[in-house]
Design a binder for this molecule. Structure first.
Ligand code: UD1
Ligand code: CA
Length: 449
């Protein structure tokens, strides 16, 4: 990107009543990340861009949502909602500090892409004073139409003011704009509210600038960039578009997906090439999957790391803090939480491994359970490398199983097991000859049969 300085003003003061939610609209998540943070991420792809967010309420919550992506972001309060131009002016003080470019972006258009914002700014660099992000609408009803003459934009005509001929135009206002910094405040200050809604419309700066002989142009962006979210249905549509985009990127980067549409990613999911995702896999936030790993069908992962060539699932759950080593296996109906499973270890069937360390090549039999919680505190289970834990074993933490130890099936292990020991944690079996038959006869007599 150019050396030009830029301020992105993100408008997020809308009430979002159609979301029917206690949560401000721009904090509703796409891929687990608040919409407004997606917008900030796109704006910050150019690192020299600074961010101002204009909110109507909950300034602190919005600030928290954007700070990870723009530590210097400033939040401004628009206490009265008097229109989009008025909203931009809530950040007057910051705009006044002087930037080459001022971008106006909506907090509820989470699919806006850095490339589309760069296109807007490229026109400013070529001398435009105002640049409008246009798009071709399959159905333009309801959008402002872009009226062009000789490649220059002369006006934005809202639906209700448009002639029949103008309504036939399918080149519409996406709402996002770039303004040359030196013209930003004078243009915004010139906007009046003498319209039907009595609002200060940002769109009016197009005619004001054109009337002053300044250069005003429109760019054309793919529709998704301007897709505004007003209700839960549109939220789900944006989610689907985001998911499709990200899956496509990952597949082109070398990740295999057997049924892409059934894979749900998070905004920060990292998957290395040659990983394979089977159908119906859900990624919560904070998951990294290493090269060659296979995530089998119906697995649910969250804040977890999967090592190279490891195998997860089918029907596995990796909860926060699960770290699965190279070539390790976590099989069907197993849950791993806050536990490190070292290389080559196997947790193959029906197990719960929580607050634990499983050494390399250890083998946990079906139904191995770490009893990590006593109702008050969590306790650690240490399982040495190469240990073999028999099926249906309860490991009552805190407890340590030595390297190479062997635990008999059905044990309840409450004391540490030394390296290479064989532990029985269950009552010794007794057989009483003929007693089974006698018991049966007695019960039959009692029942009168
Ligand atoms: C706007 C455009 C319209 C365009 C459409 C595309 C204007 C006047 N009109 O209309 O030409 O086709 O977007 O979606 O810009 N906001 C505030 N404070 C306010 C008013 C709005 O922060 O006082 C924020 C809203 O939260 C929202 C954004 O600005 O994020 C856009 O406002 P909205 O009322 O949705 O504008 P539209 O009527 O959709
Ligand atoms: Ca809107």
């Amino acid at each position: 990107m150019s050396q030009r300085t830029c301020l992105s003003v993100i408008l997020a003061a809308g009430e979002g009543t159609r979301m029917k939610s206690a949560l401000p609209k721009v904090l509703h998540p796409i891929a687990g990340l608040p919409m407004v943070a997606h917008v900030v991420k796109a704006a910050r792809r150019d690192e020299a861009t600074e961010v101002a967010v204009v909110v109507g309420r909950e300034a602190d919550t919005v600030r928290e949502a954007v700070l990870p992506f723009a530590p210097e972001a400033e939040v401004f309060l628009q206490s009265e909602r008097l229109g989009t131009a008025h909203a931009v002016l809530a950040a007057r003080e910051k705009i006044g500090r002087g930037y080459d470019d001022v971008l106006v972006v909506f907090g509820d258009t989470p699919l806006v892409q850095a490339e589309a914002l760069a296109d807007l700014r490229a026109e400013l660099a070529k001398g435009a004073a105002v640049v409008v992000m246009g798009f071709r609408a399959p159905d333009p009803t309801g959008y402002g139409r872009l009226i062009e003459e000789n490649g220059a934009l002369v006006a934005i005509r809202e639906e209700r003011d448009a002639s029949a001929a103008e309504r036939a135009i399918d080149f519409c206002n996406g709402g996002l704009m770039a303004i040359a910094g030196e013209h930003a405040l004078p243009l915004l200050d010139a906007v009046k509210n003498d319209n039907a809604k009595g609002e200060y419309y940002l769109t009016d700066i197009v005619e004001i600038a054109a009337g002053q002989g300044l250069k005003v142009v429109a760019t054309e962006a793919p529709y998704e960039n301007v897709l505004g979210i007003n209700n839960r249905l549109e939220l789900s549509e944006a989610e689907a578009i985001w998911q499709r985009r990200r899956r496509r990127e990952l597949m082109l980067d070398g990740v295999s997906m057997l049924d892409p549409d059934s894979v749900h990613l998070s905004h920060d999911t990292e998957i290395a090439p040659d990983a394979v995702l089977e159908p119906n896999v859900f990624f919560g936030p904070g998951v990294k999957v290493s090269a060659g790993a296979r995530i089998r069908a119906f697995s649910h992962l969250e804040k977890a790391i999967v090592g190279e060539n490891a195998e997860i699932g089918p029907f596995a759950r990796l909860r926060p803090g699960a770290q699965i080593g190279t070539k390790a296996k976590v099989g069907n109906f197993c849950e791993v939480k806050n536990a490190v499973v070292d290389a080559g270890a196997k947790v193959n069937h029906l197990s719960y491994v929580g607050d634990a360390h499983v050494g390399a090549k250890a083998n946990l039999g079906a139904g191995t359970i770490t009893c990590n919680y006593d109702g008050y505190a969590k306790h650690h289970t240490e399982i040495g490398a190469g240990a073999f834990v028999g099926t249906n074993t309860s490991l009552v933490a805190p407890v340590t199983i030595g390297e190479g130890a062997y635990i008999a099936s059905g044990s309840v292990i409450t004391a540490n097991v030394p390296d290479d020991a064989l532990a029985f944690g269950r009552a010794r079996q007794e057989n009483k000859e003929g007693l089974g038959r006698r018991l049966r006869e007695k019960l039959a007599a009692q029942a009168g049969k």
